[in-house]
Each structure stands twice: as C-alpha cells, then as structure tokens.
Design a protein around this ligand. Structure first.
Ligand code: FES
Ligand SMILES: [Fe+2]
Length: 383
C-alpha cells in the first residue's frame, strides 16, 4: 500500500481535473507514423533493441514459489526457462538443449527435479547443469561442465521476475526501475496468489499496449464494461523514467465529498495502471483484492502479438466457493473487455494501417502516456 498521503494527493489531483473538466495533458499533440506499427524492418529493430536489449517482465513470483517450480515461455522468439532454485533464488536460462537445440521442457508452468530434452533425452538439473547424456559411450568425448543450459540474467523485485533474454547480457534492475520500484512494491504482488492465467491474441504489440495507456476510449469502446465504473477521459499520468503510472477514477469518487476528509477512502476510488516499460501493465486498485498483470509479447509478424493475462488475488480463494465465483467473474470481466473490445478493435485498426492508406496516427494532448511510451521506443530503436 502507498502511504495515505500519496493516495490523498492523487485523489485531490483527480478531483481538480474533474472540476475543471480536464485530464492530465501533454503540451502538444503527437504524430506517430503508421509504419511504426507495420514496417517489418522497424519491427525487427524493436525485437533486437528492446526485446533483447532492456529488462523484461518474464514471470511472477506467485507462479514459482517452491524450489523446482518453473516457467517456460517464448519471449519474442527466444525460448526462456525460469526455475526456482533450492536457495529460493530464481535463475533464468535459454530453453535450448545444448545437443541440437530442442527445448528441454514444453512452454508452461510446472515443477521438475530435472529437465529432460524430448529429442534424445539429455538431462539438466535445476541449476542448468548437464547431468545426463543418453548412450554417452557412443556419443564421443564431451566436457559436460561447459554444456549446461545457457544462463540469462534475471532479478526478482516486487513480485515480478525481470530478465534479459540474451546470453552474456548484464542486468541492473535497480537502475532500470529507479523510483518506480517503490510504486510497484505498493501493489504487493509478491504476496498475491495466481487465480487464472490466459493468453490472448492481439495485433501489433504496441497497438495493443497503447490501449492500456489511456482512458479516452472508455465511453466509446467500453460502454457496458469499464465505463460502467470509471469516467472516460479522466486520467493522471506520472512518468518514472520509461515507466508510467496512469490513474483512472471511479464514478463514485465525488460522493466522498459529502463526508469529512478524514473519512474519505480514496484508494477505493482510484483505478491504477502501472505500465512497466516496454510491455507489461498491472491494473489494480491500491490495497484492492485483485491485480491483473498483462504482459505483451510480439508474435511472428509485425501485425501479431500475444498477451499473457494473469489475475492475482490478495487472499487465497481455494475452498471458498463464493470467492472463487467472484474471482472468476473478475477474470471473465477483464478477459472479455480486452478480448472482445480492445483487441478486437486493434485487429480492425491493424487492417487499416496495413493497407498503407494512412500516413500517421495522432495522439491527443490527453493521450500523454502514449507520447511518453513512443518517445522511449523511438529513442531505444534509434540509439
Ligand atoms: S536435442 Fe536435446 S537431447 Fe538431442
Ligand atoms: Fe480498453
């Protein structure tokens, strides 16, 4: 949780915007060339410089709590394996067998003592060491000590497992997160429990991510889901280096004013998106029961991506049917809103952009988090 003064300050900023019929604004509008979402060369540069160049969110503490628990996933074309170690740390590897390159475990989460490759059954232990070579007497001389799984740097902070999926890379997670680490810590993701995890298909990864960064579209695109709860086009945006906190406002917020300030409960009236550059968004209410972690990965082409959407609860739901049913409703609510509304819209937009008929997109002054996101993308790609 944030300290109450921070939350109260956000609530007052929000009420001031509401009273002035405005939202946080950038100084000017921003024009983004359509090719940013369609050009294969540009997209390849994003993979090289961003998805293999900066720390990414590769997993959640809540997915791998016990030694031996693992998560295998595709990170923009790089197969990655995260494993909880016996000393409680997490290590990351390329999920590529040193024999002939097969994955040593299929994508997904599980628990294993050893990872045995499906092709010729070479096996590796939790530390990535090569511990078994099938029919070794016929294979020929090998120095097994040099043939462990290739390690990639990972670091765990605030319930998130960050990593850089490139052998030999260096990771300074504290420098990368800066003050944002404190904001993320307030979400208490490390204490939470996984309720559900699903995957959604989307259009270009930035087109999908843009949708998490503004609430200008709530009234038009989400009239019967998000707009039932939140105002449209009413946001606070704070940048922390490349990362951002975007705050939305429940329509019940002004009712607080009927009470003395000491009785306000502003945390319940704020919806937060913590946008972890370049590809993750945590939607929550401070101190709230639910947090939705969305992690986006480019697909095989510029016009495709996938999102891993995981719903976390603050208290366990197991064994409590009512709570399970409520969490399931939450999970379905988010899934349906994103799948049927945001991503469906993105696919239609992608068609228009791919047609080449338009030259640019315009981000309004009110869509300032998009300005910030794309400025950082351009900066890294062009560096
Ligand atoms: S590729 Fe893994 S054992 Fe042959
Ligand atoms: Fe949306």
């Amino acid at each position: 949780m944030h300290n109450p003064e921070v939350i109260m300050d956000l609530a007052k900023r929000m009420l001031a915007n509401l009273d002035a019929r405005t939202t946080d604004l950038a100084p000017d509008i921003y024009r983004n060339p359509v090719t940013r979402y369609t050009d294969p060369q540009r997209w390849q540069l994003e993979l090289d410089k961003i998805f293999r160049g900066v720390p990414l969110v590769l997993g959640l503490t809540a997915q791998l709590r016990t030694p031996g628990e693992y998560s295998a996933l595709d990170v923009a074309g790089t197969p990655v394996l995260l494993v909880r170690q016996d000393d409680a740390s997490v290590r990351g590897f390329l999920n590529i067998c040193r024999h002939r390159g097969a994955p040593v475990v299929a994508d997904g989460c599980g628990a294993a003592r050893r990872f045995t490759c499906g092709y010729h059954a070479w096996s590796y232990n939790r530390t990535g060491k090569l511990v078994g070579v099938t029919e070794a007497q016929t294979f020929g001389e090998l120095d097994r000590s040099t043939l462990g799984l290739i390690e990639i740097p990972v670091a765990e902070r605030a319930g998130l497992i960050f990593g850089l999926p490139r052998a030999g890379a260096e990771l300074d997670i504290d420098a990368w997160l800066g003050d944002f680490a404190e904001e993320l810590a307030c979400l208490e993701l490390d204490k939470r429990h996984v309720f559900s995890s699903r995957e959604l298909k989307a259009a270009n990864w930035k087109l999908a991510y843009d949708g998490y960064l503004e609430g200008y579209h709530f009234a038009a695109l989400h009239p019967r889901t998000i707009f039932e709860l939140d105002y449209s086009n009413l946001m606070l945006v704070d940048a922390y280096g490349p990362h951002q906190r975007v705050v939305f406002c429940r329509k019940t917020m002004p009712e607080m004013r009927a009470l003395p300030e000491a009785e306000w409960r502003p945390a319940e009236q704020l919806g937060i998106i913590d946008a972890i550059f370049p590809h993750a968004a945590v939607s929550s209410a401070y101190g709230g029961e639910y947090a939705l972690v969305s992690v986006l990965f480019p697909g095989a082409t510029p016009g495709t991506s996938r999102t891993v959407q995981t719903l976390l609860t603050l208290t366990p739901t197991e064994g409590d049917e009512e709570r399970v049913a409520e969490a399931q409703r939450m999970s379905d609510f988010f899934y349906d809103a994103v799948e049927d509304e945001d991503y469906k819209m993105n696919f239609s937009m992608q068609r228009g952009l791919d047609s080449g008929a338009a030259e640019e997109l315009i981000f309004g002054r009110n869509e300032l988090a998009l300005h910030h996101f794309h400025t950082w993308i351009d900066r890294l790609v062009e560096a």
